[in-house]
Design a protein around this ligand. Structure first.
Ligand code: ADP
Length: 324
């Protein structure tokens, strides 16, 4: 930190700079023979909610740590808010916020005291802790010891800790991991609000529905490389107009389904036959004539379908009743 005066969220950033929030060019990082990051180039604009997706071992953590200034790239260029994060830049640190899976807490303090301590480290005023509590919806639990918070409340506190100094750019690493569906949904609103405040968010998640709902753009990484980078809607559209019809398996045999004109592929999934088609209207009419439409569900492509296809774990390599 370079300034000695307390900062408040009303203050403008210490060094307003133009240009993108992140700009990476041909970044490489190897560990022995492992190419963890293998030539990644990408730009994240200011105010963007940017998702980083990929299977375990794809290189996401390594890439994010390079952006955060925790690891040094072997080669390539990295600009974070217009500055190089390596060697460690103490002027940059107050401008970024980091929440990790292993966020450390002062567990014997209350949530409010924990945040006040974090705020003090960044020379922020005491009100900053209160604002961060409110931002993540934890005001009522402010007096609860960190030890006694639920899993979801701890995740919120981890995000509040990353926010307390009012950073311009926030890195969130699977913030909804291990949350129940309700807590996950309510955290989505917190994340949307952060974006609404104009902050840039780099977001790692394994929840594809979450990435589809929250992210402006996503990068999908496989084996150290970015294999797709676009908005979820454009990635889905590019994947093609395939619709999946789910028909209760006791109503239609796979042979009969495969014989329906317009059906490209038939698989079985959890008690349903899945009919893939690009001519949903025609196939629906045929299914109606054969078996009726009660219990039939229609699903258009999702980001998850695109992801599974790109990461090589899609239905194309799966089991089930294969295509003709
Ligand atoms: P992800 O976050 O997508 O799971 P990582 O960046 O953690 O991917 O890992 C990418 C690859 O680099 C993996 O093959 C992993 O085993 C390897 N790796 C990560 N960190 C280290 C390390 N400190 N030393 C050696 N290999 C590592």
């Amino acid at each position: 930190m370079t300034s000695t005066a307390p900062r408040t969220p009303q203050d403008p950033p210490a060094q307003p700079s133009a240009g993108p929030a992140l700009a990476l060019t041909e970044v490489h990082k190897t560990y022995g023979a492992t190419r963890a990051v293998d030539g990644v180039s990408l730009t994240v604009e200011r105010g963007e909610f940017f998702g980083l997706l990929g299977p375990n071992g794809a290189g996401k953590t390594t890439l994010v740590e390079i952006m955060e200034g925790q690891r040094r790239a072997d080669s390539g260029t990295v600009a974070v808010l217009g500055a190089s994060p390596w060697p460690r830049d103490t002027a940059l640190l107050p401008r970024i916020g980091v929440q990790t899976q292993t966020s450390a807490f002062f567990v014997r303090l209350t949530a409010r005291e924990h945040l006040a301590t974090m705020a003090a480290l960044y020379r922020c005023d005491a009100a900053a802790a209160e604002r961060a509590l409110a931002t993540v919806g934890l005001t009522e639990q402010g007096g609860t010891r960190v030890d006694d918070l639920s899993g979801g409340q701890r995740q919120r506190l981890a995000i509040a800790s990353a926010l307390v100094h009012d950073p311009e750019l926030i890195f969130l690493d699977e913030p909804t991991a291990a949350l129940d569906p309700q807590a996950r949904r309510s955290l989505w609103q917190v994340l949307r609000d952060l974006k609404g405040q104009g902050r840039t968010i780099v977001y790692t998640t394994h929840h594809l529905d979450e990435a589809e709902a929250l992210c402006d753009r996503v990068a999908i990484m496989v084996a150290g490389k970015v294999v797709a980078l676009d908005s979820p809607a454009r990635l889905i559209a590019a994947a093609g107009p395939t619709t999946r019809l789910l028909v209760p398996a006791d109503r239609l045999t796979p042979e009969r389904a495969r014989a329906v004109e317009g059906v490209d592929r038939v698989t079985e999934e959890g008690g349903s036959l899945v009919l893939e088609t690009t001519e949903a209207g025609r196939v629906l009419a045929a299914v109606d004539a054969i078996a009726g439409l009660q219990g039939v569900q229609t699903r258009t492509a999702s980001l998850e379908d695109v992801y599974l296809e790109l990461t090589g774990t899609g239905t194309g390599t799966g089991t089930g009743i294969s295509q003709p």
